[in-house]
Structure formats: C-alpha cells, structure tokens
Design a protein around this ligand. Structure first.
Ligand code: 13P
Length: 251
C-alpha cells in the first residue's frame, strides 16, 4: 500500500508567531485525521525550528520549500540541505513552478539539489507541471516527461523510493481552477508509467504522486479517489487549519 500524504506549502506567508499558531491549530485537530493519512507542513525557512517544536512528537512531518544546490560554503543567502536536516526537516519541496518561473530554477540545479537532499536523508518533494499554453498546445505529457527525465536522470531505484513527486499544473496554482480528476489522473498515470519504465514496476507501485493546484476541501475527495493520486500538495488552503484538516479528512 502506498503512503497517503497531504502536504501544506505555506509559501512566503505568515510571521513566525502566526505560523506557530497555525501549526498549533492543525495539531489540535489531528484526532480527526485518519491514521493512514500522513501530514507534512512546509513553512518558510525562518519558521522551521519554532514550527518544528510545535509538531514534535505528532504525526506531522516538517518540510522546507527549497534548498541550496551546493553542500556548504560561500553561497550568501542560501540554505544547505544539511541545515534543513539539523532544523528537523524530513522533506524539502524542490522544483516548485514558482521557483522555476521567478528564480531561474533549472533541471541541472535540481539534479544537484535532489542528490544533496538524498545524501542528507531528506526526502525531496519534486514538483512537475505544465503551463497553460503548454496544455493548450497539447504538450503537457511532453513537458512533464522532459521535467522527469532531466531531473531523475542520475537517481537510482533505491533513491526513487525516497522521492515524492508532485504534479502541479501551473494554470491551476492559486487560480481557483482545479484540474478535473480525469485530467489529473491521466497525468498521474503517465508519471507512474515513467517511474515504472525507468525504475521498475515495484518502485512505481510505491511512489507517492501528489496533486497540487487549487485543491480544497470541496474538491479533494474526488481527486484523492483517483487510482494514481496519492494525496495533495496544498497552497492557499494550507494556511487555514480547518481547510487543511478538511482536505486531510477527505481521504
Ligand atoms: P494553491 O493550492 O494555492 O493553488 O497552490 C498549490 C501549490 O503551489 C502548492 O505547492
């Protein structure tokens, strides 16, 4: 049985105090979440230790939203993956479309980041997804296939078991327009086939593939019911404990 995961990407939102409060509110509602649904929250770097203290000993795992593509040293403004480990992270989001779009994140950089994360025992939540014009041109499979093959080129089958993939169509992120469950399922099935072809059927069967993009309590159930959708990477709705838990209990 594959893991079910609901992950909250807080992006660049909340003060430390607000983040601690949000985490406390999520913890207070954990009793409502089915045992087999795993939760992850990804606050900004500055909140990791404080939020980590709130969720310590609960089933919620801590994630960062990015890491450096170098291990340590003179890289002003960057945060090394070993520092994330030290701060209590089990995961880091990598390759989010906002980083690709605004901060020049390339597949070459992601190859290094994934390698460093795996070496530090941090599980990457590796994001892929096409832009609206790419979907309209019918190129979504090609775009996602290229993102996968460029970044997972040096990954072994054993490594792959520690990588979560998130399919986030860029046109669905923060827009209120969710992919239909049929649109999401067909890409998730395509991603699982990619993993099966490259790493074998057993690894593909274990690989967790999350959907992200305007996921909310009202549409989560239908998305999560799809065969190849193993949970969600939640943006806006992860900033309210009721909505985040509402999504988690939709499973
Ligand atoms: P929204 O849920 O706000 O659309 O964001 C999705 C996302 O980008 C999560 O990483």
């Amino acid at each position: 049985m594959r893991k079910k995961i609901v992950a909250g990407n807080w992006k660049m939102n909340t003060t430390v105090a607000e983040g601690v409060e949000l985490a406390k509110n999520i913890v207070a509602k954990l009793g409502e979440v089915p045992n087999d649904v795993n939760l992850i929250i990804a606050p900004p770097f500055t909140h990791l230790v404080s939020v980590g203290n709130v969720i310590k000993g609960t089933k919620i795992a801590l994630s960062a939203q990015n890491c450096a593509d170098e291990a340590k040293g003179a890289y002003t403004g960057e945060v090394a993956v070993s520092m994330l480990k030290d701060a209590g992270c089990a995961y880091t989001i990598l390759g989010h479309s906002e980083r690709r779009q605004y901060y020049g994140e390339t597949s070459a950089k992601l190859v290094n980041k994934i390698k460093l994360a795996l070496e530090s025992g941090i599980k990457p939540i590796f994001c892929v997804g096409e832009k609206l014009e790419e979907r309209n041109a019918g190129n979504h499979f090609k775009v996602v296939g290229t993102q996968l093959s460029e970044v997972l080129s040096e990954v072994t089958a054993e490594d792959m078991l520690n990588i979560v993939i998130a399919y986030e169509p860029v046109w669905a992120i923060g827009t209120g327009v969710t992919a239909t469950s049929a649109q999401a399922q067909e890409i998730h099935a395509f991603i699982r086939k990619f993993v099966a072809d490259k790493f074998g059927a057993e690894v593909a069967e274990e690989t967790v593939i999350l959907y992200g993009g305007s996921c909310k309590p009202s549409n989560a159930k239908e998305l999560f019911a799809c065969k190849d959708i193993d949970g969600g990477l939640i943006g806006g709705a992860a900033l309210k404990a009721d909505d985040f838990i509402g999504i988690a209990i939709s499973y």
